[in-house]
Design a protein around this ligand. Sequence first.
Ligand code: ADP
Ligand code: F6P
Length: 454
Amino acid sequence: MSPRLVVVSNRLPLGDNPSGGLVVALEDALRNSGGLWVGFSGETSPSPEDRLTFHDGARFQRASFDLTEEDYETYYVGCSNSVLWPLCHGRADLMRILPEYVEGYRRVNARLADLLLPHLQPGDRIWVQDYHLFPLAAELRARGVTAPIGHFLHIPFPGAQDCAALPNPAELFGWLSHYDLLGFQAHRDLNAFVQSAQELSRIEELGGDRFRLAGRGLRAAVFPIGIDASAFIQEARRAPNEDRMRSLTGAEMMIGVDRLDYSKGIPQRFRAFQILLENHPDLHEKIAFLQVAPPTREEVQAYRDILEETEHLAGRINGQFATINWTPIRFLHRSLPRATLAGLYRQAHIGLVTPLADGMNLVAKEYVAAQNVVDPGVLILSRFAGAAETMDQALLINPHDPWELAEAMETAMRMSANERRRRHAALLREVVEHDVTWWSASYLDALGRARDSD
Ligand code: ADP
Ligand code: F6P
């Protein structure tokens, strides 16, 4: 029997319609391998139980824990999303460093190690997810856990300049040194990790994926995350009749689907769309932009600001260009069922994925998987998404330059069916070959071998 997989992440999806790359990918990975998934329930309470609550599922077990309001504020809203998230997305200017945030972050990771300990079994492999839980391996090791522990970072790793903005940069590398395997989305992240560790800690390159970090041996490598491509293709094929939707909108659809996060470049794409409409009156009533952006992390001021900016821009552009029959931008500030999303992607002539910084971006892969292969749409993709390393048949753009992005929108609108099919076939091959099963299998295989020849 293969060893049991224990996945630990901040967020444990217990309801419907998860949005966020991590939960969507791990649902898929655990459905295939079985195991235990431990994470935060999403609930706060004044005195959370000091044990995990188990929720049995068909293919794998889930176990959740609650947080106090103070832990939620300091660990999740504070250190994770007001310090580490902006730092890793090149927005050190948005960081808000408070001593209680770092204390809360350490406290929650230590408590999680306590909660996890009684449920670990001999032979387990532990797979820790993302920036919320950097210290977890150190906490588990301090409690005597010798099992293989891997970490996967879903978001970009900051360069040395950004890492230096942390209150105690060396501590980050100390935490990371307790893992057996560090997984990154893209080569740019692995390189940033090595360079940052060279400047701010001690790292030796031992050849291949082997390193010695702060005195401990570990492996570090790139595992680009994928989607459950075959399931998504099926989902999109089952979607309601395309012609009906097209006649409802009366125009070709351009779609954006993102959590309403400042890293996703949503205002920048609205401005580019405005430039397109200003410069190409012939495209009026021929293109309609649907932006689906569910709320996220609204406790953080920067997220409230981006909502205001997005609504303001959409209103202004619609006011400037709308006609009785045509609304240029429709902005849906909510989550949608995955089947509905799949159908919308399939009907969209353009998929717009233009983050200013992004670990991978699964929407790019979902959009490609959902297309009709005979008459596929065009993916416009930011060079700053991890996905750009492998999806170079998309129209790659710099999202900071609205003129370049507007030009790509025009190119996509006018692209011949032959060119669309050629580009799409190459993208689809990549999405299918490197799907979520490949991602988790290759990561877990590397974790299984991480201690070989140590
Ligand atoms: P991130 O992890 O930063 O949110 P990704 O693009 O990697 O970015 O993953 C986002 C995931 O969330 C995708 O699977 C996408 O389909 C899903 N998602 C995004 N917006 C919505 C929405 N409005 N409704 C449902 N799912 C959504
Ligand atoms: O993929 C990055 C990520 O931060 C995940 O860790 C997370 O599940 C997702 O984005 C959504 O964010 P949150 O869990 O804060 O709603």
